[in-house]
Ligand binder design. Structure first.
Ligand code: PGA
Length: 253
């Protein structure tokens, strides 16, 4: 049985006091559950320190990391070493919003992956195609290309510290979800790719992201190669987030 993961990607939300309340509520509700599903929150970077100090059963994930290493004269940057030093153990790299809005191209993503691994952070690597790419039957080749970017910088040992999140861009924040069949098909493609490139393929968790809600989580969780969810909008409300955790918990007993 693979480890199930549900990660709440809060993006640039919510306001500080609301964030504190939400974190505490999620932590309390999760503490009352008996599940071995791993649950994590990826808050905006300025909140990380506070949450890391309070964290009990949950884990805390950074939404991004700098291309530069260590500490020094890099105004505005958050390095992998800084995250590691403050107790953060995982980072999201390659989210489509970073790729599209902040020019995270292949060289900078590869640099971020290298920095994360050198600091011994687990990498939650996002892949996914746009609507026009899917309509042009390019979805699989786009995702394989993004996996190749990863392959070029990981050592044989690094692969075991990886989570992959398949997030079709057309499903993010749109209310449109990939059907369980489409999600499973892409996850099977990713699993096959991993089998060809690493000894850890069967144990790696592959998450689906893109308008995951309590209403569709049960069906997605039932897919053989869907081992969790990266949740945006629905992670900003404790009850809906925990309902998604419940859905995936059934597959990690
Ligand atoms: P969404 O976001 O759940 O709001 O679609 C998912 C994500 O971007 O990770």
């Amino acid at each position: 049985m693979r480890q199930q993961w549900v990660i709440g990607n809060w993006k640039l939300n919510p306001r500080f006091l609301d964030a504190k309340t939400l974190f505490e509520t999620v932590q309390t509700q999760f503490g009352e559950k008996k599940t071995s599903c791993q649950v994590a929150i990826a808050p905006p970077a300025p909140y990380l320190g506070m949450f890391v100090e309070q964290v009990e059963q949950l884990s805390v994930v950074a939404q991004d990391v700098s291309t530069v290493s260590g500490f020094g004269a890099y105004t505005g940057e958050v390095s992998a070493d800084l995250l590691q030093n403050m107790g953060v153990r995982s980072v999201i790299i390659g989210h489509s919003e970073r790729r599209e809005l902040f020019a995270d191209d292949t060289p900078s993503l590869q640099q971020k992956i290298k920095q994360a691994r050198q600091a011994d952070l687990q990498v939650v690597y996002c892949v996914g195609e746009s609507l026009s790419q899917r309509e042009a039957s390019q979805a699989e080749s786009i995702v394989v290309g993004q996996l190749n970017d990863l392959k070029d910088v990981l050592t044989a040992d690094d692969w075991q510290h990886l989570i992959i999140a398949y997030e079709p861009i057309w499903a993010i924040g749109t209310g449109k979800t990939a059907s369980p069949e489409d999600a499973q098909q892409m996850h099977a493609t990713i699993r096959q790719y991993l089998k060809e490139h690493t000894a850890y393929a069967e144990q790696l968790s592959l998450l689906y992201g893109g308008s995951v809600k309590p209403e569709n989580a049960v069906q997605l969780a039932a897919c053989q190669d869907v081992d969790g969810a990266l949740v945006g909008g629905a992670s900003l409300e404790a009850n809906s987030f925990m309902a998604i955790v419940d859905a995936f918990s059934q597959y990690n007993v």
